[in-house]
Design a protein around this ligand. Structure first.
Ligand SMILES: Nc1ncnc2c1ncn2[C@@H]1O[C@H](COP(=O)(O)OP(=O)(O)O)[C@@H](O)[C@H]1O
Ligand SMILES: O=c1ccn([C@@H]2O[C@H](COP(=O)(O)O)[C@@H](O)[C@H]2O)c(=O)[nH]1
Length: 209
């Protein structure tokens, strides 16, 4: 059986999750059970439970070193080879992994979304289709402020300080240059109906092959 792994990369709050989830939600009931699955790169942030909370707030979460990409690569290889994996789960409010894992079965179509997927050479090799969500950074910042305060237990001050210290500089160092590794660059992210339909059509075509 041929399996296809699709990477959806882009800045934080660019719309990667919305784009991925829209494709997943619109296809999941049309396809055979278990044909499609989604994995988030954020699940592979390193475990920091050994560090005091104050230290965890100082981590640069936008640098490749913050992730356990080796484990992610290993899981993607296992899924491609038809094996189920236990994906970690991440608690943004506590800045560390939670105790639980999530079992992901080897789907024929696997969508992977995250900020640094295309900047890592080893990870890039795992992807058959590479998409970059290209949203202006000021729009990402506005969305991130709202989302992080509502859903990730953050204050306005902490979002702004982190944005200046790491999020913005790491975007220009790692994420923006990785755009050129993409097969498709998508504007308007999760609201780009044409781009969503193109990926959906490609998925349906691959499943018919
Ligand atoms: N095109 C869009 N227009 C308006 N809001 C959007 C759009 N794309 C995403 N959002 C909203 O912005 C926030 C961040 O989007 P999300 O998909 O979680 O970003 P990412 O996964 O890239 O961090 C969410 O609240 C989401 O609903
Ligand atoms: O403990 C953490 C872990 C991550 N972050 C921030 O999350 C984004 C990546 O997630 P998106 O869903 O793509 O926005 C990254 O920019 C990190 O800065 C965090 O703040 N705290």
């Amino acid at each position: 059986m041929t399996r296809t792994i699709i990477a959806i990369a882009g800045a934080s709050a660019s719309g990667k999750s919305l784009f991925s989830q829209t494709i997943y939600n619109e296809l999941v009931n049309e396809l055979e059970p278990g044909a499609i699955a989604v994995i988030e790169e954020d699940a592979y942030y390193k475990d920091q439970s050994h560090l005091p909370f104050d230290h965890r707030t100082q981590t640069n979460y936008d640098h490749p070193e913050a992730f356990e990409h080796e484990l992610m690569c290993k899981h993607l290889t296992q899924l491609r080879n038809g094996k189920a994996v236990e994906v970690p789960t991440y608690d943004y409010a506590q800045h560390t992994r939670s105790d639980k894992t999530r079992t992901v079965m080897p789907a024929q179509i696997l969508i992977v979304e995250g900020i640094l997927l295309l900047s890592d050479k080893a990870l890039r090799k795992e992807f058959d289709i590479k998409v970059f969500i290209d949203t202006p950074l000021d729009i990402c910042l506005m969305r991130r402020m709202q989302r992080d305060m509502e859903q990730r237990g953050r204050t306005l001050q902490s979002v702004v300080e982190q944005y200046q210290a790491t999020v913005r500089p790491m975007f220009y160092q790692f994420i923006e240059p990785s755009k050129h590794k993409a097969d498709l660059v998508v504007t308007r992210g999760g609201m780009n109906r044409v781009a969503i339909d193109i990926i959906k059509s490609k998925i349906k075509y691959l499943l018919q092959e």
